[in-house]
Every structure is written in C-alpha cells, then in structure tokens.
Design a binder for this molecule. Structure first.
Ligand SMILES: [Mg+2]
Length: 323
C-alpha cells in the first residue's frame, strides 16, 4: 500500500509535540474497550507519544478518570455492564471530569447513535475498523482543543494587568479554603494589602506609571508567598488579598511585616508617600479557626476593618486580629 506524504506525517512520532510542549508532559490518554485486542491495536498507535491508560469496563474507566485525570478518552460504546454512553454521561455529570473530551470508537455507527453520543457530550465518533492515521489525526485535533481551552480557563482566572490571580479566582478558592480549614480544624489567615496613597501616585506620575507600580508590588508580594497552598490575588484597584491556609496570627504577622519592608525596598519614588518618599503598603490581617465558627464573609470583614485601622494609624504598617 502506498501512502501519500500527509498520511505518513500523521503516523510519524512527534505528532503531539505542540500539546506536549504546552503541558510540559506527554498527553494522558485513556483507552476503554471490553476487548483487549482492540485496546492493543489503539495502544500501539499512541504508545510512543502518549501516556496511555487502559480500562476494560465502564467502572474501571470512571475510576481511572478520577485517579489519572486523562486529557482524552477513547471510549468503546458496546460493553457488558455499564456501556460507553453511560460512562460518557457520568463523565459529563462530574464537575471534576467534564472538561475531558470523549471520542466514541464503535463498530455500529448510524446517524441516530452518533446523534445520541454527541448529545451526551462526546466530541467525536470513530468507526471500527479504524485507520491509524485517521485516529491519530482526530485525537490530535481534540488534544489541541483541550489544550487551548485549558489555557483559556486559566486566563479567565488571571488579572490582565499584574498576572496574579483575579477576584473571581479568589471568590472560589477562599470559600474552598475556609471549608477545608473547618474540616481539618486548622487556622486560616487572610490579608488585605493596599498600596498607600495610590490615587495621589496616579495623579502625580500618570496611569502608566501607576500600572507599572501595581505590577511591581504584585510581583513582590507573590514572591514572598512561597508555600503552594498560599493564594494571592488582585482584589480590585490597588488592593490585593492573600489567603494563608494553616497559618496562625503570629506567623501571618511575620509575613505581613516582611511584605511591608520588601515593598519599601523596591524604592518606587512617591512624592506623597506615607513614609520615606517611596511606595508603601498597609495590611489588614485577620486569622481564625473556621471549625470554631464564623464564615468567609466575616473573616473578610474583619481583615477589612484591620486595614482601615492600619491606615488610620499612619499607613505602611500591619494591623491584625484573631477572630
Ligand atoms: Mg465492545
């Protein structure tokens, strides 16, 4: 059999290089079929470019989805017990799994079945017996789309100006961290960080200089939060919020003091500064044990109160309370 250049390319290794580069790892592929011989055939097509997981039943497929979070599922329709349609329905119904694209691989395709499968949320259909180059091309297309939608989702949670997380991300994660601290019986600290006299800075130096100032302060604050669960976001305007899980008041005050000192060492000139002719920040801090009561809203209100206290006391300082 002769093959034209383009189909040969689709079989060459390196087909998934672009997504591999974007993710910094090989794509994770889950192959589901009750017939091991079918799994074997698909496995050989992808073994060199993907990290391949295999399941021979619907139940096993769902379990692997949970444990491995594959980037794409090739799913047989006809299986004893839970069939492919049901697996697809359950993937779509699970918030943690629903972004995983599903491609049905089936011997019996007719328009009605295809419509049914696509209606359940599958992204494509591949007919058995399949042509390796076609399977690879379709998988590449859907991995590329998955990669792009991952990037968009990530972007939707970033602040365009400073590159740190945005308010939307904060709203989601703060609630989740509060609940987690409640379950674990651990302390949770929240800081509201405000750039002092920022309006006067903008009036004096212009908005472009103001943007640059916010970017530098944001980067500085982020570098001081080194633990993976720490969360920092632009809360709005010149205000940033930092969530420190498993942190009690004393520890959080130390972090806040370091933030205040480090922002001043950036030495961004500010004619109307609170102190020393350079940009500074004020920090309101509140820490609590969610297991003892309270709510995310109350903790936020307490941190806000402390921010006003820090400003009233002369700015460029932290004011803190346990609650
Ligand atoms: Mg089957």
């Amino acid at each position: 059999m002769t093959m034209d250049r383009k189909s040969a390319d689709l079989l060459a290794p390196g087909l998934f290089q672009a997504v591999q580069q974007a993710w910094g790892r090989k794509p994770k592929l889950l192959i589901v079929d009750d017939q091991p011989v079918n799994i074997q055939a698909l496995y050989q097509i992808f073994a060199s470019d993907c990290q391949v997981f295999m399941a021979t039943s619907g139940e096993q497929a769902l379990q692997l989805c949970q444990e491995r979070q594959p980037d794409l599922v090739l799913l047989d329709v006809q299986m004893p017990g839970m069939d492919g349609y049901e697996v697809c329905r359950r993937i779509q119904a699970d918030a943690r799994l629903r972004e995983i694209p599903v491609i049905f691989v089936t011997a019996h395709t007719d328009a009605q079945q295809e419509t049914h499968g696509l209606g359940l949320g599958a992204v494509d259909f591949i007919a058995k017996p399949f042509t390796p180059a076609v399977v690879r091309a379709r998988v590449r297309t859907h991995l590329t789309l998955k990669c792009q939608s991952d990037a968009l989702r990530e972007l939707a949670f970033l602040d365009g100006l400073t590159g740190v997380h945005n308010r939307r991300f904060f709203d989601e994660r703060f609630q989740a961290e509060f609940q987690r601290a409640r379950r674990n019986g651990r302390s949770l600290a929240l800081m509201m960080v405000d750039v002092d006299y920022f309006k006067r800075f903008n009036d004096e130096y212009g908005h472009l200089a103001g943007d640059d100032c916010l970017r530098r302060v944001a980067e500085c604050l982020r570098n001081l939060l080194r633990r993976p669960p720490d969360l920092m976001c632009r809360f709005g305007g010149e205000e940033f919020a930092c969530v420190l899980p498993e942190t009690e008041l004393d520890g959080a005050v130390q972090v806040a003091d370091r933030m205040i000192a480090t922002v001043q060492t950036l030495a961004i000139p500010h004619k109307h500064a609170a102190q020393g002719g350079v940009v500074s920040v004020s920090i309101g801090l509140a820490a609590c044990f969610p297991a003892l009561g309270g709510s995310p809203e109350k903790l936020l209100a307490k941190a806000d109160e402390q921010l006003y206290a820090a400003k009233a006391a002369g700015r460029a300082r932290v004011s803190a309370t346990a609650c």
